[in-house]
Design a protein around this ligand. Sequence first.
Ligand code: 7RM
Length: 651
Amino acid sequence: MSEATDSPNISDLLWEQRKFPPSAAFQANALVSETHLYDIASEDYEAFWATQATETVTWNKPWNTICEWKSPYSKWFIGGELNVAYNCLDRHVEAGNGSKVAIHWEGEPGDTRTLTYAWLLDEVQKFSNALKGLGVQKGDRVNIYLPMIPEAVVAMLACARIGAAHSVVFGGFSSQALADRINDAEAKVLITADGGYRRGEVFPLKPQADEAVSSTPTIEHVVVVKRGGNAVTMHEGRDHWYHDLMAVAEPVCVAEPMSSEQLLFLLYTSGTTGKPKGIMHTTGGYLTHVTYTHKYVFDLHPETDVYWCTADVGWITGHSYIVYGPLSNGATQVIYEGVPNYPENDRLWSIVEKYKVSIFYTAPTAIRTFMKWGVEEPQKHDLSSLRVIGSVGEPINPEAWMWYHENIGQGRCPVVDTWWQTETGGIMISPLPGVTTTKPGSATFPLPGIGAEVVDEKGNVITRGGGYLTLTHPWPGMLRGIWGDPKRFQETYWSKFPGRYFAGDGAKLDDDGYLWLLGRVDDVMNVSGHRISTTEVESALVSHPSVAEAAVVGANDATTGQAIIAYVTLRGGASVSENDLRNHVAKEIGAIAKPKAIFFTPDLPKTRSGKIMRRLLRDVAEGRNLGDTTTLADASVVTELQKRAAESNED
Ligand code: 7RM
């Protein structure tokens, strides 16, 4: 038992004992079914990464140094030269796979496009020339603000081809968010669209882009893809239709070899507060990391698999596991433009059936929404093509994992729960589906080549129980810094535990050495001196058969320091009393974790990438005015909760 008033570590309350070893049938055909990758990597991680770089990536010039580590800066494959677009396109076409489908694209209204590797290569070469014609040169920054259409992929690869760094801004962000990011990156060109489809309607992008560009002095040209068909104003001399530029663009643009450390892209991450950080990723190490992880974590068989990641290209998951990883591996993938409930709640499953998707990668927020909608939706479709299913973005509650495993994976597909960040570039902690015995809710172990340890408040390594997740040595896809702010880079990630990268997440280790992510440490609650993770209480709530989703926060409390307040969304048609739920939590993980109050709500406040925003719920619970809500997906959710909190404080 920990000391009640001064417990430095995060409590370990949840005890999950179900285990799922890979089946013999899966192992028989898996790329890896034994531990040799782990064994080799643990002997010499640099040599291991060098092997991956040789096996998975094509280089124009070999490197002379695998890794230079001057903490907190690493460089990988120094002296090496390569072109990312060449790796994603040309090499597959040269190998005779030009007619292979790269992208089955499905628009939200139901229109489709089938795009081969040869087509993508032609398109990217032309657009590279178009960008050059607008004055874009190696080292420049280009902003991309597009819906989920193939041109987003083309634009990113064209930048990579000519050595310009892209900065993609999610199409759902406001004109102000776009302007801030353009100004921080000092981008020369903006690529946008007239509009895109969302929930059956066209959402305009060009007017937002116009608004942004009115306060971005560095933008010289705006390229506009026609998608929504909505009316737009074109500014003479500044704005160009994509199709007009492409109609006259030269067809050949040779992929120029880039140095391994050439800036590939900036991606801005807002975190929960403060000015967005431009996370920097470079060329050789990043491509090696995402190609290797995409291949082994999903057990990719590029000849037969159909892969689908439901993320948006505006997030790191879209960069690494829609664009760079899958295309570098020569995979066939599905890209879907719209929302999962248009026209009906079974849209994703109809797409799985239609394209015979075999690898499916989504987020816990989506899985919990599917739970809310009920098993009837996936049951309307033949999901027998699925082989591997993955999760990313938040801790996946054990019960959500089980639901995913049983109803989507049909008990047959390994579930890969992948932990990583915008900053890490690629997957860091995850099962290998042919090797790892999984436990529902655990991301299991660091991948071969990755070093992760849990430490206590003082930085001492712990081997059992809860603490802080740290990364112990450099990896090829790691961020190279924050654009224009080296001090913030040092302070944010490297100052709390000297010599270690601190990810900002809590984690615990169980008796078998499995890693369990416990959420952001900023969200950890302190109840009578016990440090309790939001994840464990939420998982206890979600383990009740009536509950689909839960968020808990610690609100100021005169007697216990903080009290646990829970916000709960029920599964479709289910009901349960507040008291029954409180007792359920006490039974699952202990009386100390029993919420003081539970509010039922049809929705929780989330970021636009689907992560629960507990900070806002804390404001609501403590009766404060809401702070910054601009990164919220749907602000009305909190207003409603706030109204009810005020009402409940009154009585
Ligand atoms: C890929 C991505 C990063 C943060 C990270 C965690 C959380 C992501 C998992 C997870 C538990 C996971 N990049 N997170 N994956 N927590 N289990 N499998 O999401 O930069 O947008 O967010 O997301 O808190 O630090 S991100």
